[in-house]
Write a protein that binds this ligand. Structure first.
Ligand code: HEM
Length: 331
């Protein structure tokens, strides 16, 4: 080999080496193949054990992944506890109704026993969301690309500006999703998730029943009036802070397309659900998503996109030992 060629090859090798060290770049399906081949099985096993005991665990785990990704990217910053000097994301008002933290902690303990400081909390959140929802079908419903690193910053103030309030209209929803690299189709498909499984507190939608004018009275005309009458028997007034209802009453524990059927009957709980019928493109998509196979294919695509929002890779961030505490550099 001549000198020029060999020095060229060395430069390429160094360049790739450096890139590999400084930033792992893209996520991959087999990220833990060499470093922790058991990781995916352990996450699924512990998650399924929890869901088996309590089917309602799937909903909070899926929502946790969404809130994690929308605030500072999918970096598990949602799991970090507040300290004396800092109020963390999880203590911001919209996050007070989150759950599933205990499941993530359990998974992390199980994974750490086999592969200490290898598998990130951010990847665990993404996998647990998939596995908990998949339990019903006893097979993985979508692929999770891996290699996210854990963030070290978590501020409650970031939650309000990045999350999506249930009172948003279509334009605002579209803008907020676009700011995360997600389009209208992602919005329609992913919105389906939260009413497919899970509960909502009355305070998340009771303005539609009692105060739609903002002046202390009025009902949202886009909400099915018979359904509104029923909802009023459950959520008795605006100040009900404790009652919660299944978002998709007839199949609240099932990951199916019932949400889109009730949406078309104007029985979506939030203004943000109703808003999906106010745009031509989105309305058309709602109708298509009633077909389960189509929905599943689109959901797999959109949740992959969501799971890649602002991820930390390579040498960025860290791998936390305990998901609720930022690890110290010298640990
Ligand atoms: C389109 C914008 C969205 C809005 C405005 C929204 C809003 C909400 C609200 C207000 C609740 C009820 C909270 C409560 O009162 O307890 C909720 C629950 C839920 N959301 Fe969303 N969400 C959105 C998108 C998403 C996405 C993208 C996902 C997941 C991919 C998701 C998953 C869930 C789940 C599973 C629940 C039920 C949680 C439980 O039962 O513990 N949501 N959402």
């Amino acid at each position: 080999m001549n000198v020029k060629l060999s020095s060229f090859l060395v430069s390429i090798a160094v360049l790739f080496g450096l890139l590999g060290v400084s930033n792992g770049g893209k996520l991959s399906l087999d990220y833990y193949k060499d470093t922790c081949p058991q990781a995916l099985d352990i996450v699924r096993e512990v998650t399924w054990k929890h869901v088996e005991q309590d089917l309602t665990v799937a909903a909070p785990l899926l929502r946790l992944h969404f809130h994690d990704c929308f605030i500072r990217g999918c970096d598990a910053s949602i799991l970090i506890d507040s300290t004396a000097n800092n109020t963390a994301e999880k203590d911001a008002i919209p996050n007070l109704t989150l759950g599933g933290f205990d499941v993530i902690a359990d998974i992390k303990v199980a994974v750490e026993e086999v592969c200490p400081r290898v598998v990130s909390c951010a990847d665990i959140v993404a996998l647990a969301a998939r596995d908990s929802v998949s339990f019903q079908y006893k097979k993985s419903l979508w692929k999770v690309f891996l290699g996210r690193r854990d963030g070290t910053i978590s501020h409650a103030s970031d939650a309000l500006v990045n999350l999506v309030p249930p009172t948003f209209n279509f334009d605002k929803l579209k803008q907020r999703f676009a700011s995360k690299g997600l389009d209208v189709f992602d919005l329609v498909v992913l919105s389906g998730a939260h009413t497919i499984i899970g509960d909502s507190h009355c305070f998340s939608f009771s303005n539609r029943l009692y105060n739609f004018t903002g002046k202390g009275y009025g009902q949202d005309p886009s909400l099915n009036p018979i359904y509104a009458t029923y909802l009023k028997t459950k959520c008795k007034n605006l100040s009900d802070n404790t009652t919660s209802l299944p978002m998709d009453p007839k199949s609240s524990l099932s990951f199916d397309t019932h949400y889109y059927k009730i949406l078309l009957k104007h029985k979506g709980l939030f203004q943000s659900d109703a808003a999906l019928l106010t745009d031509k493109k989105s309305f058309k998509e709602v109708k298509k998503l009633i077909v389960f196979e189509y929905f599943l294919e689109k959901f797999a695509h959109s949740i992959k996109k969501m799971g890649e929002i602002q991820v930390l890779t390579g040498n960025e961030g860290q791998i936390r030992k305990n998901c609720s505490v930022v690890s110290l550099v010298y640990e």
